[in-house]
Design a protein around this ligand. Structure first.
Ligand SMILES: C[S@@+](CC[C@H](N)C(=O)[O-])C[C@H]1O[C@@H](n2cnc3c(N)ncnc32)[C@H](O)[C@@H]1O
Length: 272
């Protein structure tokens, strides 16, 4: 890609604009018709408000230890790619001081606009992370996917040999109390084994694994945010069950995994 005053151009003659809000629009016509166009505005704002309340502070602390050691060449890592970055809240929390080498990718326009507004020094890209990453081979120290996308073969392609990929997914009992109250059943399903297998099969074995969990009391506004950001409670009957809930104690829990092709597994056990 060659950068000009008003955008980026590639050897094949394609031109990509830089939006006035400061993000790069690398979407292609087929992305607009995608059945998964990224989060809508309501979900993005709900997640943004939820994170601003500090509900992920403990998660950030749990990840910090890994970030400090995730690249022997740069500690903390220098070139960072956040796949499915959402409103971008995690970037400055996890990588303060690395704005100029941080790039967040998301397919949701409301999300990437918020991200570019709040951390304008970083690079924000509106693109479909499932269709090839706009990044050179072996050029990234650390890929993060926090409840985001995992195009595994592409992650492997862009990571440097000593790089790491850090993945966070909801644990099986994340928001279980709300799910039980609203949907009348709370399915518990761990994603860990399937993710580890898929990453391993693509040359990225898991080298560290842990869990972060906490319990918080939340009121009506937060209950609505939690459900909106996870697209729960879509049906009318479910919505009426939410309005019956005033405050509740909820479990927040995430499975955290670090993948690297260069290291041996470090048993950890316990919960962060
Ligand atoms: C659960 S949110 C997580 C956002 C952020 N990482 C966080 O933890 O707050 C998932 C994000 O993935 C984005 N997304 C979904 N499909 C995508 C795709 N194909 N390419 C890029 N981003 C995508 C959504 O727009 C959304 O912002």
């Amino acid at each position: 890609m060659i950068r000009s005053k008003d955008g980026l151009g590639c050897a094949a003659g394609h031109h990509f604009d830089r939006a006035k809000e400061g993000y790069w629009n690398l979407t292609q016509p087929q992305d607009k018709k995608s059945t998964n166009p990224g989060d809508n505005r309501d979900a993005v704002l709900a997640r943004h408000h939820w994170l601003q309340r500090g509900h992920a502070t403990g998660l950030v602390t749990a990840l910090e230890g890994w970030l400090a050691q995730s690249s022997p060449h740069a500690s903390p890592p220098r070139r960072i790619l956040d796949l499915g970055c959402g409103d971008g809240s995690f970037g400055p929390l996890l990588f303060p001081g690395h704005a100029t080498s941080f790039c967040g990718i998301d397919l949701s326009k409301p999300a990437i606009k918020l991200a570019a507004k709040h951390w304008p020094e970083a690079t924000w890209v509106l693109a479909n992370a499932d269709r090839g990453l706009p990044v050179m081979d072996s050029s990234v120290d650390c890929v993060v996917s926090l409840f985001g996308r995992r195009p595994v073969a592409e992650i492997k392609r862009v990571l440097i040999q000593a790089g790491s990929c850090i993945v966070a997914v909801p644990a099986e009992d994340d928001l279980i109390e709300l799910r039980e109250a609203v949907q009348k059943r709370g399915v518990r399903r761990s994603r860990v084994e399937a993710i580890m297998e898929e990453m391993h099969d693509n040359g990225l074995p898991c080298v560290e694994q842990t869990q972060w969990r906490t319990q918080v009391d939340i009121g009506q506004d937060e209950i609505e945010e939690a459900l909106a950001m996870t697209y729960r409670a879509r049906r009318w009957s479910e919505k009426s069950r939410i309005s019956a809930l005033e405050t509740t104690k909820v479990t927040l829990a995430a499975d955290l995994m670090r993948f690297s092709q260069n290291e041996a597994f470090r048993p950890q056990g316990g919960t962060a």
